[in-house]
Write a protein that binds this ligand. Sequence first.
Ligand SMILES: [Zn+2]
Length: 131
Amino acid sequence: MSDSHDNHSVHRIVLPSGRKIEVVRFHDDLTEERTGPLHVCPSCDSHLVQPVDWAEASEEQWDLLLRCPNCDWSDEGIYDQRSVEELEEHLDEGLAELLGDLQRLTQANMADEIDRFVAALENDLILPEDF
Ligand SMILES: [Zn+2]
């Protein structure tokens, strides 16, 4: 099913899960024709593309300035809500991974501190004359 409007067309797609989504294609010069998801750099294929700046362009449309930290590629374009939500999901995953790493690091540091504390107890505080 497809509706055509002056500057965009709406394609309704039913996913295998049964969820219905609307894909809006804008025939606006500002709209980027991107083949891959927004978090993937079109220049170097890095998956770390981040939004540097963003503004709501219109209802369900976002004006994003994207930047790749790997190769310094950056680009501004108007993207639909769905693409932006996908990008956010990847950002959330990245953040969750980062927090997971930080937590593991903190635990490793604490374990290391406990080891040193135990070593200090054994070497300095628990002396033979205590017995
Ligand atoms: Zn890149």
